[in-house]
Design a protein. Structure first.
Length: 160
């Protein structure tokens, strides 16, 4: 009976050691993860100065029988900072995102807004009448209307 009690006491002692060790290991892992997150945030802040450029503008391409509509999001861009290049089968939209105010004394916690030039080129699903294209810029959305070239019906030629 005494041996059994001694064995139980030793088992409990080992369990206590394991629990303390587990707590220490969990605290160490929490500290390591916290430090890694802080280092990652600092790295992102430092590297963003050199690599952050505006992403390609998002757009919707809508095709009807008569025309192609392109809607492009350009938030914060002024009308005079937008460029549109158009051929019968390709459209390119470029924009310059300008930083409104540069705060030199501020210590940014997170800086995700990007500044610089962005460009988006797309192949059009049909030929368009370049000279009849129109564009409107309202509330940060550029809408380009491209009338399609009339497609003549195709004829099948029979082989003799």
């Amino acid at each position: 009976m005494a041996e059994k009690k001694e064995l139980e006491r030793q088992v409990e002692k080992q369990k206590d050691k394991l629990e303390r060790g587990k707590s220490v290991a969990e605290k160490m892992m929490d500290d390591v993860l916290k430090n890694m997150r802080e280092m990652q945030n600092e790295f992102e802040r430092k590297i963003s100065t050199y690599t952050d450029l505006p992403q390609k503008p998002s757009l919707d391409l809508i095709e009807t029988e008569e025309k192609i509509l392109v809607k492009t999001d350009l938030p914060g861009v002024k009308k005079e900072d937008i460029g549109i290049e158009l051929t019968e089968d390709k459209l390119a939209v470029s924009a310059t995102f300008k930083e409104e105010v540069e705060v030199k004394e501020a210590d940014y916690v997170k800086k995700e807004r990007k500044y610089g030039k962005a460009r988006r080129e797309i192949l059009l699903p049909a030929e368009v009448k370049v000279e009849e294209a129109t564009a409107k810029f309202d509330n940060g959305v550029l809408t380009i209307e491209l009338p399609k070239v009339e497609v003549k019906p195709k004829f099948n030629v029979e082989i003799e």
